[in-house]
Design a protein around this ligand. Structure first.
Ligand code: GUN
Ligand code: ZN
Length: 439
């Protein structure tokens, strides 16, 4: 924080939108002709109609965002840094796609320079899309995780990451023996986990097919030594994958049990995809308070399947959204929300704009252990927010002329929005991206 920063900054905007959850019900909280006050520590001290704010005093700096709308910073709860370069590699289902495109791209991240530039590029793209917190996969190489921490720290983003653990089932260039993997992770955890409030470590087995029993056991022990660390991995994304896991992990009763049996499932565990989980697995996830990270653009691109979101919610599993680049096709949370909507709509489940925004803001923050810190614009939370300017996209500006309610306007943004309407991105009151003056 710069020393010259004034004690209170008041952000004025045409509207403010964020979500609140009461029981099972998600509502959109809206203010017109709105203002958000942020103190010198980046915390929200007041929010409401600008006319109800006390008149600015000498200690207040007012930033007028004109026709801008403030929404909470978005959360991307599952994105692969080394896969930015393989987005749109089409034509194959999951396991063949990994073999043909992904492992080769990830092998490049052994090189420090590639890893640094890749991490910088991802940070830049996320900020430009209004993402303020992300759970990121790197490659198997410690330098790649190191580069992510360094670059995201410099950018001012919130980050959950770790080196990807894999010792079987892929070319040697992306494998590392169990003992060396665990040793590297001990160093990374010591150096980065909680170094600042924005940085946390996640133990990251790629998936059940890329870890030997020895490595899984080592990861479980690592988690036991570091219970405040997170766990992120993939589960039940693709039918062939599920069948292969059943074959390889014969002693485990199902896919979830591979992780359960090694002590990797808990309330700090993020499981991506889960399209083909059984009811029983979902119930066990709910009991453990693990999160299911839904990656709609990825599921559609690889043809993995359609998540039954109602089944997930009925089982009580916490769910949030993510891009899953490079199987996912877009880093824009607008596009992730839209694809999520379509996948449910085709199954007869029509989600509201509020539910979609909730899943990519507050629900995401909760998954990353940040539910009390960000994800909505409540007094006492850190001011992680995005200034959106729908007027920057003519087709959207035109559509908004006839959209009568904030909810209709939000739905139009979800449908037509992209990075062009992201004007500024703030984390804890600090401006980390501005479209007007790209850094
Ligand atoms: N399962 C294991 N690795 C991956 C990956 O990189 N992307 C996706 N979508 N699924 C995976
Ligand atoms: Zn993934």
């Amino acid at each position: 924080m710069s020393p010259e920063r004034l004690p209170i900054t008041v952000h004025r905007a045409k509207e403010i939108w964020f979500t609140r959850r009461t029981g099972d019900s998600i509502s959109l909280v809206t203010f017109m002709d709105a203002a958000l006050a942020v103190d010198a520590h980046g915390k929200i001290t007041a929010i409401g109609r600008a006319s109800e704010f006390k008149s600015p005093s000498y200690s207040e700096k007012v930033i007028d965002h004109g026709d801008g709308i403030l929404v909470p910073g978005f959360v991307d709860a599952h994105v692969h840094c080394p896969q930015l370069s393989v987005i749109g590699s089409g034509g194959l289902p999951l396991l063949d796609w990994l073999t043909k495109y992904v492992f080769h791209a990830e092998a490049q991240f052994k090189n420090q320079n590639v890893a640094t530039l890749g991490a910088r590029r991802l940070a830049r793209e996320l900020m430009q899309n209004g993402v303020t917190s992300a759970a990121v996969f790197s490659s198997v190489h410690a330098v790649a995780a190191e580069a992510l921490f360094q670059e995201f720290d410099t950018a001012g983003l919130r980050l959950l990451t770790g080196k990807t653990s894999m010792d079987v089932g892929a070319p040697a260039a992306v494998l590392q023996a169990a003992h060396a993997d665990i040793a590297d992770q001990e160093v990374l955890i010591k150096r980065w986990h909680g170094k600042s409030a924005r940085l946390r470590y996640a133990i990251t087995p790629r998936f059940a097919l890329s870890c030997s029993r020895e490595l899984m056991l080592g990861l479980g022990e690592l988690r036991e030594r570091h219970p405040s660390c997170y766990v992120q991995t993939h589960i039940s994304e693709n039918i062939e994958e599920v069948a292969a896991v059943k074959e390889v992990w014969k002693s485990c009763k199902d896919y979830l049990a591979v992780y359960e049996d090694h002590g990797l499932i808990g309330d700090k565990t993020l499981l991506a995809h889960g399209i083909h989980l059984t009811n029983n697995e979902l119930m066990r996830m709910a009991t453990a308070k693990a999160t299911l990270v839904h990656c709609p653009t990825s599921n559609m691109f690889l043809g993995s399947g359609l998540l039954n979101l109602k089944q997930v919610q009925d089982s009580g599993v916490h769910l949030c959204l993510a891009s899953d680049i490079g199987a996912g096709t877009n880093l824009s949370p607008w596009q992730t929300m839209l694809e999520c909507y379509k996948i449910q709509a085709i199954q007869g489940n029509r989600l509201s704009a509020a539910e979609l925004l909730y899943q990519t803001t507050l629900a995401g923050a909760q998954s990353l252990g940040l539910g009390n810190v960000c994800g909505s614009l409540e007094v006492g939370k850190d001011a992680d927010f995005v200034v959106i300017k729908p007027s920057k996209k003519p087709i959207l500006a035109e559509r908004l002329v006839t959209a009568e309610t904030p909810s209709e306007r939000l739905f139009a943004c979800i449908t037509c929005g992209d990075d062009r309407i992201i004007e500024q991105t703030y984390v804890a009151g600090n401006l980390i991206y501005s479209q007007a003056a790209p850094t």
